[in-house]
Write a protein that binds this ligand. Structure first.
Ligand code: ZN
Ligand code: ZN
Length: 442
């Protein structure tokens, strides 16, 4: 739109063209000669100079214009779009930031589809702009008057939330960010109890595997029916998104779900959270590979390097402890306050449930599988930098490793459904614990 924005401008005085190209000198000269020009708008779309600066990312121009007290940061064009909406639409992050600092209202609706700046950022996939708007919403008057979660789930004229738009337009980063900020994964465009589409329906239509993966990991319902009575699987088939349909087929394996409603998750530190998210995605990707293989679809493009990055991090920590539950991964997560450690996958299996049931969802805080104490916090195990001094520290003692392994056999398996424990029996059996420090008391 950058160039297109001004193509229909009748610009006798040259102001709008100069704004578009960021020519500060010309703009100053023109406005010195006739300050009233600042109130002029383009003929057809009725863009103000501020709209043009915002849409074209002319940050210096935008700052200069905003210094003038007669310039309204929430000026409306023909479609009731604000400069902030245009900046969010075009991904002009500096302009979004500056406009919000200057008091632009994030809770304005255009007259095209009744959309806010948050809808624009989500629709066009500008996750950086989305982030700025969300953090402004947390602190601004909007949080007080509207409530933050209501803002995140704000509907446009057709009932679509920003999450619907991001899912439809194949914007996985925005989908993730919105879900992380409390967007309702099951929101229906219907509203008032009427049937409508969920974000999963729209992702099935858009055909983005990444979006579908995110939504499923957040507990999206594969059986929800839209206004035509279709489940997301049917929508994916209709739009010939075969691989997506395979994942959405209700008869394929249930994905592991991120336990967002659990209270303790808010007490996760950021590193631990990121690690668990990676682990969850990795487990689900494994499941996808199986599903896709059996249906004859191959994985689309070698996706994401997250998983390998994580593996690299872990393999560096050569003296880390092997997880006592799966004997497969290294310990990455530490339970507090007890200090027991396990790998990210096992932590997830402990806290995740395979099939969320909203009616009976029990919000019982998870407990440590080793000592049964409540989990107050999860932190990332500090990886020791390969230092030369190989002190016999607590966590590399073979004696303890052995004791934890054997201790694990007596329990754990029941609470860790959803993961494969093929290796546990083979590697852990036959060991006898001589050290009862970690043995569980009934
Ligand atoms: Zn494990
Ligand atoms: Zn413990």
């Amino acid at each position: 739109m950058g160039q297109g924005l001004s193509c229909r401008i009748r610009d006798d005085h040259g102001l709008f063209t100069a704004v578009q190209f960021g020519d500060l000198e010309i703009v100053k000269t023109v406005l010195d000669r006739d300050p009233s020009l600042l109130q002029q708008t383009t003929v057809y779309d009725r863009h103000s100079a501020l709209h043009i600066a915002a849409a074209n990312g002319q940050i210096d121009m935008l700052c200069m214009l905003l210094e003038n007290p007669s310039v309204n940061p929430d000026a409306l064009n023909r479609h009731k779009q604000t400069p902030l909406m245009l900046a969010a639409m075009h991904g002009k992050i500096a302009c979004v930031e500056k406009l919000i600092q200057s008091g632009a209202n994030i809770l304005m609706f255009d007259s095209v589809n009744g959309r806010t700046c948050l809808h624009y950022a989500a629709y066009y996939g500008h996750s950086d702009c989305l982030q700025i708007i969300l953090s402004s919403a947390r602190t601004s008057h909007v949080a007080v008057s509207w409530g933050f979660s209501r803002f995140v789930n704000i509907r446009d004229g057709k009932g679509a939330t920003p999450l619907h738009l991001a899912a439809r337009q194949r914007r996985p980063e925005c989908v993730h960010m919105l879900l992380d900020s409390g967007a309702l994964v099951c929101a229906s465009t219907g509203g008032y109890g009427l049937p409508g589409s969920t974000p999963l329906h729209l992702a099935a239509r858009g055909g983005s595997m990444d979006c579908i993966r995110e939504l499923l990991a957040w507990g999206a319902d594969r059986l929800h029916r839209d206004a035509s009575g279709r489940i997301p699987y049917a929508v994916a088939l209709k739009h010939k998104n075969g691989a997506c349909a395979a994942l959405l087929n209700p008869s394929s394996a249930e994905p592991l779900v991120w336990p967002s409603p659990l209270k303790f998750i808010s007490e996760l530190n950021q590193d631990a959270k990121a690690l668990l998210e990676q682990a969850l995605m990795e487990v689900n990707r494994e499941r996808e590979r199986t599903i896709l293989k059996s249906t004859g679809y191959s994985m689309p493009s070698p996706s994401h390097s997250e998983a390998t990055t994580m593996d690299d991090n872990i393999s560096e920590a050569s003296d880390s402890q092997l997880c006592c539950i799966c004997f497969d991964q290294l310990c990455a997560i530490e339970v507090q306050d007890c200090g027991h450690q396990m790998c990210a996958q096992c932590t997830l299996a402990l806290c995740c449930h395979n099939k969320p049931n909203p009616t009976t969802a029990s919000l019982i805080a998870p407990i440590c599988p080793f000592c049964r104490s409540n989990i107050a916090r999860l932190t990332v195990v500090k990886v020791k930098v390969n230092s030369v001094d190989q002190d016999l520290d607590l966590y590399s003692s073979p004696k303890q490793r052995k004791s934890r392994k054997s201790q694990n056999l007596s329990e754990g398996s029941s609470s860790f459904r959803g993961l494969s424990f093929g290796k546990m029996v083979g590697r852990g059996s036959g060991r006898v614990s001589l050290d009862n420090e970690y043995i569980d008391k009934p």
